[in-house]
Each structure stands twice: as structure tokens, then as C-alpha cells.
Design a protein around this ligand. Sequence first.
Ligand SMILES: *Cc1c(COP(=O)(O)O)cnc(C)c1O
Length: 401
Amino acid sequence: MQVTREMFNDVMVPNYNPAAFIPVKGQGSRVWDQKGDEYIDLAGGIAVNALGHCHPELVAALKEQGEKLWHLSNVFTNEPAIRLAKKLTDATFADRVYFANSGAESNEAALKLARRYALDHFGENKDQIISFKQGFHGRTFFTVTVGGQTAYSDGFGPKPGAVDHAEYNDLEGLKAIMSDRTCAVMMEPLQGEGGIISPTPEFVKGVRELCDQYNALLIFDEVQSGIGRTGELYAYMGLGVAPDILSTAKALGGGFPIGAMLTTAKIAESLKPGTHGSTYGGNPLACAVAERCFDIVNTKEVLDGVKHKEQLFRDGLAAINEKYNVFEEVRGKGLLLGAALKEEYKGRARDFLVAATEQKLMCLVAGANVVRFAPSLVVTDEDIKEGLARFERAVEKVVNG
Ligand SMILES: *Cc1c(COP(=O)(O)O)cnc(C)c1O
């Protein structure tokens, strides 16, 4: 069957509006479309392809497990799931893991656990969940309600209740709405979709202290910031503040769908048998690939490499800005970087993305004012250089029309 982009509109629900070309093959940070045109991928499947496309080790893990055992359901456990959970708990604050299939599902589990833990230990009235404006936590109805963008949550009927929002990086604002009724505070330790916004160290420390003061759980949504993205295995490790619950997905499977919720032994107690579950969660195929991905990412070589590559991006983007004067600042950490547009270009991030596509470069936006880069953590220096050369041509096109 001859497949075309036009067919998409005839057979798909119109909630996405994908690019005009259809990729058919990827290797490392290069992607080829149906016509054989070669793209540089600095989008990384939205911070998912931690090791690029078709990394030989991940392909091998997928093939090995693919010939052994694909799926059982949680009526049975399996070796890859237990091994991956052991590695995640050994490497983090957590003692227990719940596996899901996506970021939203991991957050859904985190929120349900927080509510149940509060009920178990403090009674019915402790149900308030506080999160932050511009925050993003997924597209299930609970997570989209907790997320801080009404554009995503309105128009679907009555929302789950007892959810309030504060301003990110405004400790006083949070303090004003917190009380003994607060069950949990959920935040991204580096806001991704909201525009690549880092928390101040004082803010993160203050949020932790407020949670402790009111017996509220602190949930870090590390779906985008986790798995080496910031140059630390998890972003919280660079902030000196540990959460009570952490969600991880996106890069966890290096492109194979998987998510996880991590927590302490004491809090985990509240998800007793039957309280929550998933048919696919902890599937052996997903866990085998994620385990191999984790082994590679959680090394000094890869994590230090992220810091080095961040500098290449910052230097390259600064050089482009010298010439074209389009960015107000470049923000973020590691390989989750946002070039925030100057006043004159506000609202036009998509124009830069479209121009980049014409130059055979894949990148992302984060809101209307920020061009986002979230490439493979092992993208080569050469691909960064060539990618930024293409980006410069795109910037030139937008600036000079
Ligand atoms: C992408 C993202 C999610 C949602 O993940 P899905 O796998 O799309 O459900 C949740 N939180 C953050 C911070 C994200 O970046």
C-alpha cells in the first residue's frame, strides 16, 4: 500500500498535525523520509530517544527478549521487571516501583497513591493537590487537571476536584494556599512543555520544607527531566532535594513505551493488592529494553557527555544570536534546552520550527515563544554542529523573510 501524508487526514482523528514528510528510518541522530531525504534529529521524539534511533544495544535487547517472552500481565511477574526495579531503586531515593506504560499513567498512579496515603494516615479531609501554572503532567483527565494549562483541561465536563495551582518559583504564593488539607504538591523539577523553566534552588528547598511542615507528599514529575536528560540520572539529584514520589517515562525505554512511579517503602504500603493496576505495566519486552537503556545512560561517560554537549549547544546558539539577535536567553539544563525568543519574535516559535524542517532539521517548541532542543543524549558533536548550521539557516530565513 502506497502511504501518503494526505491519507493521514482521511484515517486519523485530527488531534495531531504532523509534519508534511513521513520518516521511515532512523540511525543515531539521523532520520530518513520516504523520499530518502536525510534529517538531523534534535527533537529526540520529545526527549524520548535517549540513545538515538536504533541503538545497536537496544535493538539487541529487544530482539533477545522478543524471542523469549513478550507479555504475561501482572497475574505473573517477570525477570526484566524485577531487575529494572532493582536498578531504579538502587540508584535513587526510592525503595519501590510501580510500572506503567506512559508518563501520564505514571503520574496518575502517583496522584492516586498520594490521595490514598493521605486517607490512610490522616483521614478524609486531606485531599488537596497543588501543582503549578504552565506545568504539564499528561493527558488523562486527572493529570491534565493537575497540569497548569486550562487549554488542555477545559471542555471535557466536570474535572476531578480539590486541585489548585500556584505560580512556579513563587514560594509565598504556594504558602498562601497550603494547609493541613494539602495532600501532595506535584511539580516538574524543570518545567518542559511550559517553556523550559528551571526552579530556583530556594524554591525547591522551600517546597520541600512546606511539604514536611504540612505532612504533604512531594511528587516530582521527572517524565521529561529524568534518565540523564539534565546530566544527572534524575534532575532532583542536581537540586539536593529528594521527593517522596517520582514519575519517570519518556527516555526510560529509549523509545519503547514504558513509565514508572518510584516511592518509599512506607508510602508504597498504601497501594495494597487490588487498589491500582495496569494490564501492560511492567511488560517484559518494555522492561528488557529499558533495563539496557538504563545501564548505558547511568554511566559517567554518558552523563558527563550530556554536560559537554550542553556547552556545544549553548556556544552554537550564542553564535547564532550574535548574528541575528533573536533570542532573549537560552535556558534549561543538559540536553533539555530552550531558546526563548525576543519580544519582536514572541509567539512565532512555530515559524522557526517550520523553517528548520525546510532545512532538514527536527527540533521542537515549548509553548509559543520557545524553540526546544531535546536530542539523543549520545548525539555526536558533529551532528550537533551540522544541526546548528541548519538551524542558523532556518533563523536567517525567518529573520530575513
Ligand atoms: C510528556 C510528559 C508527560 C506525559 O507523558 P506521556 O507519556 O505523554 O503520557 C508528563 N509529564 C511531563 C513532565 C512530560 O514532559
